[in-house]
Design a protein around this ligand. Structure first.
Ligand code: SIN
Ligand code: MN
Length: 290
């Protein structure tokens, strides 16, 4: 898939691209069928909603689940990001967000690059977020909301919110959100939320301000969020555990386009459990070879 000039222009202007129905139902089902077994594991990489057993986010499934390891190398996902960033990519973060029916909690307004910069010392914003819907997303089950064009503000001030949900996040305050929404068109397009069938994909800039509300509907909103980083822009600190911020900066090699239909062999380094080293953290920057 080669992006058109119009798509490149739209990405630069609005900070995201939406591809409804990019993955077909049989491809999506291969992934969705694997989720309950992953969510049932009592492991640090399953972060549950505050006061609930529902999984908010599962980290690093591409290191221990075959279908997700194949998705992590899917050319329909990797190649457009490579085209936008003009460099080889490594996987910085891999999440399967539950946003389960009735239980899924909010994600406050934030930029992802704020967290990657503050916590992981990622040098620049040359990284991309990809969301792939495993369930249909509608206006009721907590769709992602964007402020179009907000990525052009660069990195904006954020506060480390450790209390609102079960997962710490660098969040943007309401006054600034109000200004950004106003600047983006206020009630006329100042907030957008791409909705569509399972299998749809969104690419969005790491500085694009986004959020989602809770899911009070009876429909799950399971979605995979992959964060791909330009290889030269790898993180410079391991302040967060490895299952959250990856430490293997090897560029991704794509599998063929039918890799969700054909069981190409993939490496699953955490298949028999996460190594103890994945929990070790340090506030010291990495000592890099000159
Ligand atoms: C995120 O911002 O990382 C997740 C947002 C969502 O799942 O709605
Ligand atoms: Mn985010």
């Amino acid at each position: 898939m080669k992006l058109t000039a119009e798509q490149l222009d739209r990405f630069n202007t609005h900070g995201y691209l939406f591809f409804p129905g990019l993955f077909k139902p049989d491809e999506v089902n291969t992934l969705l069928d694997a989720v309950p077994a992953l969510y049932s594991r009592q492991e640090a990489y399953n972060v549950r909603e505050k006061g609930s057993e529902a999984v908010r986010t599962n980290f690093a499934a591409h290191l221990y689940s075959e279908p997700f390891a194949r998705l992590a190398r899917h050319p329909r996902m990797v190649l457009p990001v490579q085209e936008l960033l003009q460099e080889e990519l490594y996987m910085h973060q891999f999440k399967i967000n539950g946003k389960m029916a009735f239980e899924g909690d909010v994600w406050q307004w934030h930029q992802d690059y704020g967290t990657w910069k503050n916590d992981d010392l990622m040098p620049t914003e040359r990284a991309m977020n990809v969301a792939i819907f495993l369930d249909d997303v509608n206006e009721y089950n907590g769709p992602l909301m964007f402020i179009p064009g907000s990525h052009r503000k660069g990195v904006i001030d954020a506060q480390h919110d450790l209390t609102t949900t079960s997962y710490p996040l660098w969040t943007v305050d309401n006054a600034l959100i109000t200004q950004l929404v106003q600047r983006a068109g206020g009630k006329n397009g100042g907030i957008v939320s791409p909705k569509g069938p399972a299998g749809s994909m969104i690419l969005f800039h790491s500085c694009l301000v986004h959020a989602s509300t809770s899911n009070l509907s009876p429909w799950n909103r399971v979605a995979v969020y992959l964060s791909l980083c330009a290889a030269s822009n790898h993180i410079r600190r391991h302040k967060r555990p490895e299952y959250i911020a990856h430490r293997d900066f090897t560029p991704i090699e794509c599998l063929p386009d039918d890799c969700l239909r054909t069981a190409y062999p993939v490496d699953l380094p955490w298949k028999d459990g996460m190594p103890a080293s994945a929990l070790e953290t340090s506030i010291e920057p990495l000592a890099l070879a000159a």
